[in-house]
Design a protein around this ligand. Sequence first.
Ligand SMILES: Cc1ncc(COP(=O)(O)O)c(C=O)c1O
Length: 405
Amino acid sequence: MVINLLIKKEEMRQKETLMLIPSENYAPKEVRQALCSMLNNKYSEGYPGKRYYQGNKYIDEIELIAIESAKKLFGVPHVNVQSYSGSPANSAVYMALLNPGDKILGLALSSGGHLTHGHPKITFSGKFFQSFQYEVGKDGFIDYDALEKYAKKVKPKIVIAGTTSYPRKLEWPRFSQIADNIGAILLADISHIAGLVVAGVHPSPARYAHVITTTTHKTLRGPRGALIMVTKKGLRKYPDLGKKIDRAVFPGLQGGPHNSQTAAIAISLQKALTLDFKKYAKQIVLNSKALAKALKNYGFDLVSDGTDNHLILIDLRSKEILGKDFAIKLEKAGIIVNYNAIPKDPNPPANPSGIRIGTPAITTRGMKEPEAKIIADFINRVQKGDSSNNVRREVKALCKKFPIS
Ligand SMILES: Cc1ncc(COP(=O)(O)O)c(C=O)c1O
């Protein structure tokens, strides 16, 4: 069957190339096995103990294990594990808390925010709500003073603190103070950094935000999926917030949960509770810092001049190549990155001035700082015009030394 052949080819591609897209990772075999299990066959609209279909005894147990693991891992009192992915999770939060036309305030896409944080005109969050956007300053860091001023002026119902291409730590106490001062709800979208948060490598928003969303497939290394969490602070402000979120997910936005995904989430959350996972998350950041340092030594400009987390945003303007053109060249050499806008990008999103690279997947392969330096050397050689075939051969050899299971 042609699809089976294409799946095999994709497996080979993943094995033989360097996966440097910060939102990608290699999910463990047990997670992938759960995803293609017979749980896929079951319909389970509703929640554990309150299903609209019979035959959910084991599904209930699985969903409860996923919920309890998430509560423990993130230190929160209420979790919904049914969102199909990160975008529907954010939509569910808006549905639970907002009316059409209410004001939301999120980080602009060009400053490292996500589409679902109110990107104007073309997105659900930008079309159905009055969306306002804050930005990073000239130094590439979130300008909290400017955000505070803007928040006071706009008075949004929700402030969204979350990032998709921001290489620095988020200052949760500052976000919390800004949102609290205007009586707004603080939504922390930690999709990218969840693995770092649970490992204690990045501060947790649990004491500061009212609601936390995260995808489960990035640094958390699980299946594609999402968690919506209500914190103690959230329940203090709105005692029925958990119920509202659950109702927004089902029946508000979705029908039956994807049970195979729920089981895979439970498995990955249990893995994330281990000491091994803590070591893994620490190494992600060590690798990212080593890669950033080596790239700087090769003369690459980094937005904010470095990184605190799993990702690096390279400003390519001084190298006189555009992001998409460079990403294509790198792909020819077996290095997979994504082109990305930089703050105040003078070039269009279709071929912006930056590329975004990250270390979660290479760290899963077991690579450490020496390999991060080798990868920086590969990237530099491609930029300098070395033959992509030469680099590709070396990339393949490196990948072979760090197999994925
Ligand atoms: C911060 C953030 N929120 C939400 C999402 C959306 O997740 P998904 O692509 O699973 O819908 C992403 C995905 O990259 C993200 O980075």
